[in-house]
Design a protein around this ligand. Structure first.
Ligand code: FPP
Length: 265
């Protein structure tokens, strides 16, 4: 079933959805899965350093992990998987690393687009996309357009994204509407704000996973994670496996979520 899920070397077998009979999913409580999972894919650099390799090799290895985790999310029929690929702060990195990452995103789209489309994935990019290289912007918009009518997992890739920046943009847009007389300040609701966020149309985040040992949110999905559960692992992102992902699902199923109330919901 593993082979069936991920395909043999060089082959591409479609797998049955839901893949409930896969040994990988034996421990899954299907009634208590998170609907929206967000991942901070950290530790590519540390992984590479540990192997005496360049940091960029860690990012390349991280792409393979991402592919496997997206496949697992498809098998689990999650509603949404959101990943942090590049933050508004990542521009501070050395130019060659930034350029490498931009090229990696572009290559990833070229290589994986068709397969994601066949897997019924809806891809969407979060963040200041207009701050990315022009050719990459076009690839991203084309990918979104290609998959816009798909009905499977919403795969959100945060690139040039910051949670504070997202809230700033939302605030500016709402203020502009108010100034134009289209909206009264007293009519602003939580939905007004949600509809201005890059994640418009997504459910709130149920579970945030962060790899590589750091215990922080790093400006990721600040609004959307208001009631999220958190799951951390010391494993670096390139070593993160579908089994680790299932571990997080199992842990989540045992959490007592009260949303500020007294009862577990
Ligand atoms: C954090 O590790 C990782 C990133 C800033 C880049 C994430 C990118 C990928 C996983 C590549 C795949 C993504 C797509 C969308 C194709 P780090 O470099 O901060 O590692 P460190 O903390 O060990 O230095």
């Amino acid at each position: 079933m593993w082979k069936k899920l991920f395909g043999g070397a060089g082959s591409r077998e479609t797998f049955e959805i839901p893949a409930k009979d896969s040994p990988l999913f034996e421990r899954i409580n299907w009634e208590k899965l998170p609907r929206h999972v967000a991942i901070i894919m950290d530790g590519n650099g540390r992984w590479a350093k540990g192997k005496g390799m360049l940091r960029t090799a860690g990012h390349t290895a991280g792409v393979k992990t991402l592919k496997n985790i997206l496949k697992t999310a498809i098998g689990l029929q999650l509603d949404a998987l959101t990943v942090y690929a590049f933050s508004t702060e990542n521009w501070k990195r050395p130019r060659p690393e930034v350029d490498f990452l931009m090229q990696l995103f572009s290559d990833y789209l070229k290589k994986e687009l068709q397969e994601m489309h066949e897997d019924n994935v809806q891809i969407h990019f979060l963040g200041r996309i207009d701050g990315l290289p022009k050719s990459l912007q076009k690839q991203m918009r084309d990918a979104e357009a290609l998959m816009k009518d798909n009905t499977g997992v919403k795969f959100n890739v945060a690139a040039n994204y910051g949670g504070q920046d997202e809230l700033l943009r939302a605030t500016q847009s709402i203020a502009a509407k108010a100034a134009a007389g289209e909206l009264k300040p007293e009519d602003i609701t939580l939905s007004t704000i949600e509809n201005e966020l890059d994640t418009k149309g997504n459910l709130p985040v149920d579970l945030v996973i962060r790899t590589s040992g750091d215990l922080r949110l790093s400006n990721f999905l600040l609004w959307q994670s208001a009631y999220a559960e958190f799951w951390f692992t010391d494993t670096n992102w390139p070593d993160f496996t579908p089994e680790d992902f299932v571990d997080a699902m199992v842990d989540f199923a045992g959490r007592n979520r009260r949303f500020g109330g007294l009862k577990n919901t």
